[in-house]
Write a protein that binds this ligand. Structure first.
Ligand code: GDP
Ligand code: MN
Length: 376
């Protein structure tokens, strides 16, 4: 789970990393009051789980509380890369001397963590990394040893960061390990004209698999997160929203992932990942369909099931049951194969819903679903 900047900021502060004083507001009036409490002059920052807010006009300086109210009015409701701004963070401005980049990310292929650091942080970091990769230091970290002062000094040295960065790097590693994060990033970490290092922006991705041992997970989960993902999670479904138009439901993560690839290969874009798992009941199928159908971006739905533990007739019954409760406004392509496939197909044939089509192969089903999505 990705955190909002203000949540990342709170974690940094707890672990002794210096951050600007800040408050969160969900209305222009509250923004004005916050600005007053913070001393008047503030930076107004859109809270969305995507980068590049500065370039999109979502990070702006306001000279006084009245200006903060006006700026918040302009930023609240803005769309930044498909994310609607529902809250702003008001932060005390900092006088920047230089901007650095520091972060840790899990390098699964290497079985290690990777420290990424640069003396040229800020909003142009992607361009810097692309055009002058030597300006970005990459240092692997043995997870069993972690980031000691010596390791932090090695990272700071490799990136050309000032000596105070060693302490920040050690504390940032504590954030990663204690909070069970798979990514922590500070861009920019700034040196103020007064010579202090301050974390001005933060990105943290928590490890979903560690949720059971993180007491705070519940409060960090925001009501503003994707409503479909929240609805799916409430029903215990394994659902991830994507950018396309073909809704995808399948059993088993591997099959669903291949289905995404095959649909993409047919010239359409998957709208989601939804794995109903092995041994899926009719109820799970019905829940899954209702979530996928309520996505306004979906133009056709592909159900791809290979019956192993899950019998295809159970899946077919689930589809039929779902069609009793959910009005099918989008074409549904179903491919059933494996355990009890013939019975499953017969169940759907008998139901004879005008919006439901069957296909016998995965390729054929994907092609049909892609055509339907692209033609409606
Ligand atoms: P991002 O664009 O989503 O990465 O948002 P950031 O929080 O990183 O802000 C973008 C840029 O705004 C930073 O790189 C800074 O240059 C600038 N910025 C943010 N806060 C302040 C501040 O308090 N003072 C000054 N002078 N610039 C700031
Ligand atoms: Mn940033």
């Amino acid at each position: 789970m990705d955190l909002y900047e203000h949540q990342a900021r709170a974690l940094f502060e707890e672990h002794g990393i210096v951050v600007p004083r800040a408050e969160v507001a969900d209305s222009p009036l509250k923004a004005r009051e916050s600005a007053r409490r913070l001393g008047g002059r503030v930076v107004v920052k859109a809270q969305v789980k995507t980068g590049g807010r500065g370039k999109a006009g979502g990070v702006r300086l306001a000279e006084d509380p009245a200006a903060a109210e006006l700026t918040a009015r302009q930023i609240l409701g803005m769309d930044i890369k498909g994310h609607t701004v529902r809250e702003v963070m008001l932060a005390q401005p900092v006088d920047i001397e230089s901007e650095f980049f520091v972060g840790y990310v899990l390098d699964r292929a290497a079985g290690r963590f990777l420290a990424i650091a640069s003396a040229e942080g800020g909003t142009e970091i992607e361009e810097v990394a692309a055009s002058r990769p030597e300006a970005v230091a990459r240092v692997h970290i043995d997870p069993a040893r972690g980031v000691t002062s010596a390791k932090a000094a090695e990272i700071a040295e490799a990136a050309g960061l000032p000596p105070q960065a060693v302490d920040v790097l050690v504390r940032l590693w504590e954030v990663l390990t204690r909070e069970d994060a798979v990514l922590v990033e500070v861009n920019p970490l700034v040196r103020t004209v007064q010579g202090q290092l301050v974390a001005l922006d933060g990105k943290v991705t928590l490890d979903d698999n560690a949720r059971f041992r993180q007491a705070r997970w519940g409060e960090q989960k925001s009501a503003h997160d994707d409503p479909l993902e929240a609805a799916a999670a409430a029903k215990g479904l394994n659902y991830v929203k994507l950018d396309g138009e073909v809704g995808i439901i399948g059993n088993g993560a591997g099959l669903v992932m291949s289905t995404l690839d095959v649909v993409a290969g047919c010239g359409a874009r998957p709208a989601n990942f939804l794995d109903i798992g092995g041994g899926a009941s009719a109820q799970i199928m019905a829940d899954g369909l209702s979530v996928v159908l309520s996505d306004p971006d979906v133009r056709s739905v592909l159900v791809n099931v290979f019956g192993g533990i899950t019998a295809c007739d159970t899946v077919a019954e689930g589809i039929v049951r779902a069609l009793d409760t959910v009005r099918l406004t989008k074409p549904l392509v179903v491919r059933l194969d494996g355990n009890n496939a013939a019975r499953g197909r017969a169940v759907l044939d008998a139901h004879a819903h005008p919006m439901v089509r069957q296909a016998t192969t995965m390729d054929g089903a994907a092609r049909r679903a892609a055509e339907l999505a692209n033609s409606t």
